[in-house]
Design a protein around this ligand. Sequence first.
Ligand SMILES: [Zn+2]
Length: 272
Amino acid sequence: MPELPDLEVVREFLGRVLPGEVVAGARVARPIVVRDLVSEGASALVGRSVSGVGRWGKYLWIDLGPGMCLTVNPKLAGRLAWYRAGERTRGRPALVIELRSGRELHYLDAKDMGQVYITHRLDEVPGFAEQGPDALDPSLTVETFAARLARFRGEIKGVLTRQEFVAGIGNAYADEILYEARISPFRRRTQLTAAEVERLYEAMRTILSEAVAVLRERVGERIDLEVRDHLRVHGRGGARCSRCGRTISELRARQRITSFCRGCQPGTLVRG
Ligand SMILES: [Zn+2]
């Protein structure tokens, strides 16, 4: 599932190559993933020039001049793919955007669960405006973070992945952040001390910005690839913890894997 670091490097890359490009053609191959809020279909994009690319949380958007915006929320398995002129394309695209330069941008989705929105305005995109501050937003201070956190209850991992709290963190990076902060994913938010909340904030900033730096090098133009082998705990159940040497634990609940180290992330395990 693409999360903040994955999407941030896509935004950086598209922000370099797309502005000034003009849409020559747009074709919807999998209508189930496209939500057309302008009632003109993908043809509304044709002839428009890209003025910018943005990201907030797990939403990525392409501005196509005044009053037109293409927004992607990839959910479980959505990907954007970028092709140079004449390059052989990969996979089965749900949406194909041909650019006047001969380059192409595709949206692919192996599960058809993500969404692409064609809208006049960004705030028309469902769920967009309800998001909390982006987890890497410079104006999100530790004080704001702690004040927002106090409004949420339940296990801390669940809270971290609530987009209304902070936007951009999903299942994998929540595990990484909690491991870095040495906090068990099953601790309840109300049990956390002020020092732990501060550690959580620092870990969130460190883990996410380090991941962006790693992915920036590793992904390059292949924005359709999901690189995950730099993770230290998520998906590494059974491996040895690089900090304390214990075996990393892995639990599956509600179709999600939670990976953590009982050695460095102590806490009562309330469910097995
Ligand atoms: Zn450990």
